[in-house]
Design a protein around this ligand. Structure first.
Ligand SMILES: [Zn+2]
Length: 437
C-alpha cells in the first residue's frame, strides 16, 4: 500500500516535458545533434537523443523545437546585479541601496533570465542583499538566473561611500577574518580588486584562506601588478583584458601565465576577458537605438527607468568611455595573447555598468568573440555553459544538456552556429524544468 502511494505521488509531482525536433548543442563543444529530443522530468533532464531513438512518455507535454537551435542555458560570469546601466555610480550608490534587495537586484536577475542567462556570477555587491536575492531565487520565491555571488569586493581601501560592498583589508589577520566572515555567510567565491595596493602578505592570506574554505578567488586585472601579484598568490580566475590602452601584456606576465597554465595538476587558469562593452561602445554611441529597447525596463519602477535614461542620454559625453576608442584596437591582440598562453576563457560582461543592460549584454560578448576574435561558435558556447559550471564546481549538476542534470535549456529560432547573434532573441527559456519564456 505504502509503495503504491509513493509511486502515485512521484507521478503527480514530476511533470514530464519533451523538447522535440531542434538541433541540439550540448555545451561540451562537440558537433550538434540533429532532430533532437530532450525529456525533462520535474527539474531534471531525464534523457537526450534523437527522434526515433528516444521514447516520449505518454502524457508528456510536448514543446516543438523544430527550426530551432537548442542549447544549455547561458552563463554570464561577470555581472553586477546592484547596478542597471546608470552612468553615475556616486549618485546611484547614494540613492538606491534601500531598493537593492527588494527591487534592483531581483529585476537584474529576472532580466538576465529572460535573455536566456539561466546562471550568473555576481562579482561585488552588498553581502546581506546578495545572499538574500540568490536564496530567494533558489527557493523559487522570485524569478531569476541562478546566482553565484561573491558579496563585497576585498580591496586595500574602499572608495568613499562604497563601504557596504567594498571591504578594506587591514593586515594579514584581518584578511583571513574577512574571508572567514564571507565564507560563513555563504558566498560562492571571493572577489579581489586593487590587490596591487595590498601587501603581499594580505593577498596571499586572502587566497590561502579562501582555498581553505573551498572558495575560488576571482581577481580584477586592470593593472599589470594586479596580474603579477595575483598569479603569485594563486588567483583562480582573472577578469577583464585590462591594461588600459597599452597594446598588450608584457612578456614577463605572459611567461608567468604560461608557467601557470603548464601545471595541469592545478587545473586550468581561467580568464573572463569582458570585451564587448569596450568593443561595441563606438557603435552604440553612434546608434543608440538599442538603449531604447524596453527589455531592460522589466520589473523596474518608472522613476528608476527615467533616472537611468536621463543619465545616458548623451553616450558620447560619458567620462567612463572617453578612453575606450583608444583601448578598442588593443583588444584583439590582448585576447589572442591570452588564448595563446593557454588560459580557459569564460563569457562575462560586467553587465550593469553604464549603458550595459542585463537584458542584452551576454549575447553581445558571444557575438564579439565569434565575429571579431574568430572563436569557434561551439567553443564560445562552451565558454558560456560547460566551463562556467566547471569553474563554480557544479558541472555535475548543470552546464550541459545531459541526463541527470538540471533542465536549464534555451532554444532559439534559426542556426545559432552560423549566426551567433540570434542569441539576442531567445524564444524558449527553461530553468530547472520550469518554462519562463
Ligand atoms: Zn565588474
Amino acid at each position: 500500500m505504502t509503495c503504491w502511494i509513493l509511486v502515485f505521488a512521484s507521478q503527480i509531482q514530476a511533470q514530464v516535458t519533451a523538447l522535440v525536433g531542434g538541433t541540439l548543442i550540448d555545451g561540451y563543444g562537440s558537433q550538434p545533434l540533429r532532430n533532437s529530443v530532450i525529456i525533462i522530468e520535474g527539474e531534471k533532464i531525464k534523457a537526450v537523443g534523437r527522434i526515433g531513438e528516444i521514447e516520449i512518455p505518454t502524457g508528456a507535454k510536448i514543446i516543438s523545437t523544430e527550426g530551432m537551435t537548442v542549447l544549455p542555458g547561458l552563463w554570464d560570469m561577470h555581472v553586477h546585479l546592484m547596478i542597471n546601466g546608470h552612468s553615475d555610480y556616486a549618485y546611484w550608490d547614494k540613492k538606491y541601496p534601500p531598493l537593492f534587495q527588494s527591487v534592483i537586484m531581483p529585476a537584474s536577475a529576472h532580466q538576465l533570465l529572460m535573455a536566456g542567462v539561466t546562471s550568473a556570477r555576481d562579482l561585488g555587491g552588498p553581502l546581506k542583499e546578495s545572499i538574500a536575492v540568490r536564496d530567494a531565487i533558489n527557493r523559487g520565491d522570485i524569478p531569476g538566473a541562478t546566482m553565484y555571488v561573491s558579496g563585497p569586493f576585498l580591496q586595500h581601501r574602499p572608495y568613499p561611500g562604497t563601504e557596504d560592498f567594498r571591504w578594506g583589508i587591514y593586515g594579514e589577520k584581518d584578511a583571513r577574518e574577512k574571508v572567514q566572515k564571507l565564507a560563513k555567510a555563504g558566498v560562492d567565491c571571493i572577489k579581489l580588486i586593487d590587490q596591487d595596493e595590498m601587501t603581499k602578505e594580505e593577498v596571499f592570506a586572502i587566497v590561502d584562506e579562501a582555498h581553505k574554505n573551498k572558495l575560488k578567488v576571482v581577481g580584477h586585472s586592470h593593472r599589470p601588478n594586479e596580474i603579477r601579484i595575483g598569479l603569485k598568490a594563486g588567483v583562480d580566475n582573472f577578469e577583464h583584458t585590462g591594461l588600459s590602452s597599452a597594446p598588450g601584456y608584457p612578456q614577463d606576465i605572459l611567461d608567468s601565465i604560461q608557467e601557470r597554465t603548464a601545471k595541469m595538476s592545478l587545473g586550468p587558469l581561467f580568464w573572463t576577458p569582458t570585451i564587448e562593452g569596450l568593443y561595441n561602445y563606438e557603435e552604440l554611441r553612434d546608434n543608440p537605438e538599442r538603449l531604447d529597447d524596453p527589455s531592460w525596463h522589466l520589473d523596474l519602477p518608472d522613476s528608476v527607468i527615467k533616472d537611468i535614461k536621463h543619465s545616458i542620454q548623451h553616450p558620447e559625453s560619458l567620462s567612463y568611455f572617453q578612453l575606450t576608442p583608444i583601448r578598442k584596437p588593443t583588444l584583439v591582440n590582448k585576447f589572442k595573447q591570452l588564448q595563446k598562453a593557454g588560459v580557459v576563457m569564460m563569457i562575462g560582461t560586467d553587465s550593469g555598468i553604464p549603458m550595459k543592460f542585463h537584458s542584452m549584454s551576454t549575447w553581445n560578448e558571444l557575438d564579439v568573440w565569434v565575429r571579431v576574435m574568430g572563436v569557434d561558435p561551439l567553443q564560445a558556447i562552451k565558454s558560456a555553459t560547460y566551463w562556467p559550471a566547471f569553474f563554480m564546481g557544479v558541472d555535475k549538476k548543470v552546464g550541459t544538456i545531459s541526463p541527470g542534470k538540471d533542465a536549464d535549456i534555451i532554444a532559439v529560432r534559426g542556426d545559432v552556429i552560423k549566426y551567433i547573434d540570434l542569441l539576442q532573441s531567445v524564444d524558449i527559456v527553461v530553468k530547472k524544468g520550469k518554462q519562463y519564456k
